[in-house]
Design a protein around this ligand. Structure first.
Ligand code: URA
Length: 269
């Protein structure tokens, strides 16, 4: 398991503590510098140093978060971090009111694919079709995503697909900062449990949420970013490609780079 590695444990603990600090105010805990523990020897040359993903969420959301749930949140965080299978985590997500948006009666869209995948794709939030089927990327954008993956020799069943949000926002609006922040601990645990070698963020919302930097997609794409002892790449969202076909070429360049790195890292299959 990834959390048996001391470096992973320190990083995960630090992130969860940072989140508690944001929720409940400052408290004294000796912090361990991630940079001190990060082994960069196997990194590709074109990497950028990621900040704590929790920090990426806009500050104006801080007071709004879990105002009425001051005693429940630490228990929930503990439960999330102790979940040892995707099934267990999914069970926690099913009961988690904080993962819901203001659209009522939506279905949980947890994630789908190979639970041991070496490549994990992370989108933004479920749309109508995903909500109805309880599966990410099954609509038009999902079909294009499947084609892009096929072009670099991946079947949908080879990879694992999830979103920043696990419930559909109303009118397919962008996920709010506080919604992203509430979902993040669940997603981070999901990433740890799948334990992919590479993560592909499709779209700016996904990338900025995980990388903790408020940059344009253009600036973030075409390179590998270190993320939780893994590497993360960013490219255009397939829905954006449907509206802007001129971005198909850079996306193709990105996914070719991704496939080459995947093979170099010994990704299976
Ligand atoms: N767009 C996303 O970001 N995720 C989905 O699951 C579907 C569309």
């Amino acid at each position: 398991m990834p959390d048996q590695n001391p470096k992973d444990l320190i990083e995960r603990a630090q992130k969860l503590l940072n989140q508690q600090r944001e929720l409940y105010g400052s408290f004294d805990v000796d912090s361990v510098s991630i940079s001190q523990t990060h082994d960069s020897s196997s990194e590709p040359e074109n990497v950028q140093v990621a900040k704590n993903p929790i920090e990426l969420i806009e500050k104006d959301s801080e007071e709004k978060i879990l105002e009425d749930e001051t005693t429940e949140a630490p228990v929930l965080l503990d439960l999330i971090s102790k979940s040892s299978t995707l099934k267990e985590l999914k069970g926690i997500c099913e009961k988690a009111e904080e993962l819901r948006t203001d659209l009522e009666n939506t279905n949980l869209v947890f994630g789908v694919g190979n639970p041991d995948a070496d490549l994990m794709i992370i989108g933004e939030a479920p749309g109508m079709n995903e909500d109805l089927q309880g599966e990410p990327f099954v609509g038009q954008a999902g079909q294009l995503l499947d084609k892009i993956m096929k072009a670099i020799d991946f079947d949908r069943s080879d990879i694992y697909i999830a979103n920043i949000l696990k419930h559909r926002p109303p009118n397919n609006r962008d996920p709010k900062p506080e919604e992203r922040q509430r979902s993040l601990p669940y997603l981070i645990r999901q990433i740890e449990l799948v334990n992919p070698k590479l993560i592909l963020c499709v779209g700016r919302i996904s990338a900025t949420t995980l990388l903790g930097k408020d940059e344009s997609l253009k600036n973030m794409r075409s390179k590998f970013h270190p993320f939780l002892e893994r590497e993360l790449m960013v490219t255009y969202h397939p829905a954006a490609l449907l509206r802007n076909p001129q971005w198909k070429r850079p996306t193709w360049e990105d996914v070719l780079m991704l496939r080459t790195r995947y093979d170099k890292l010994g990704g299976q299959p």
